[in-house]
Design a protein around this ligand. Sequence first.
Ligand code: ATP
Length: 386
Amino acid sequence: MALRAGLLPAGFQGADISAETGEIMKSDFRITVFEGDGIGPEIMAPTLDVLKSVQGNGGEYSFSFETAPAGAAHYAKTGESLPSSSLEAARNSDAILLSAMGLPDVRYDDGTEISPQIELRKALNLYAGVRPVTVSPGATSPLTLPEGKKIDLVLIRESTEGLFYTQGRGEVSDAEARETLRITRDVSEKLFDFAFSLAAQRKSDGCSMGTVTCVDKANVFRAFAFFREIFYERAKRFPDIKAEHAYVDATALWMVQKPWEFDVLVTENMFGDILSDLGAGLMGGLGLAPSADIGDEQAVFQPCHGSAPDIAGMGIANPFAMILSAGMMLEWLGHRHENPRMIDDAKRLRTAVDAVLGENRYLTRDLGGNSDTNSCAEAVIAKLVA
Ligand code: ATP
């Protein structure tokens, strides 16, 4: 089976940090693990097993996993959703793996859900939310694609500002409620550079023509006209990549009608939140949708889905989105530390998941099957060690 193209740009940020730090080549990576709430621990444990089986291949790098408490259950017990010691651990680690956090019945006093994953994005400046939308060969999408077309796009969701800027600080009175949408030049420039670098990477991998679409609502809001203006300014730095724009409402329509026409999409936080669930729907469900939230120094890797409390503790959660997110972590670390083995292993891991999904044998209930979490992960491990 052919290896899939990378999901993260090479040479974007920190790619030569070993040169900066004088290290020869870093090979032991400290990973902060947030097991989270609901199905979180159930999908995290087998994912760590998958990673251990990948790293065993050749012994050229290794992971030390350190579990850190956070989340809704932790808040219910202690009154803290993201303890400062956990945030510090995350800040000092090489990468962060997070399963899912939040429980519908555990809320802050203002009625909003506990979501330390959003706090982490802001605290660590993880501005680029990478949401790949790829249908594995053999896997089913609710769309019937025309002959020769495939769904393989990446949505980049800005993840620190936009309409999430006043999250938890919105003003509410009897008569009205207000939230503020904030778009800054600094974050937008980095976001667009990331999107163009990813498109260049995908083009050089031979998996796309190299196009970035800025998704906005510039016809109605000045803030989005500003966003788009910066987009075209940054586009000039990437003359080999085609830059275009689309309104968010039309994009939702076209993602259903002709998703094969998209390559890299880049958008504001709230638009990205909504479109990434649409993307997950195209892939066959949230259980298959991985993600990465990336900043200049740190990155968090977590599935797009929530803690699925309705199936927690039953051992039937779909682990593929978490496993694919761990694969994105491998790729990011590989680029950052110039470790080709890790980049290779990330591709091997994606290929192993594709192979398992393509067989249509190991499917959890959300995918129409009756396999349990562990047997799906074991099937991936079996492919990796074969
Ligand atoms: P959040 O707002 O935190 O993203 P949510 O309210 O969108 O969460 P989820 O927790 O993602 O909700 O769950 C939505 C539905 O998808 C639930 O029925 C849940 O059981 C299902 N689901 C989510 N993730 C998985 C998974 N990994 N495996 C199986 N089913 C899942």
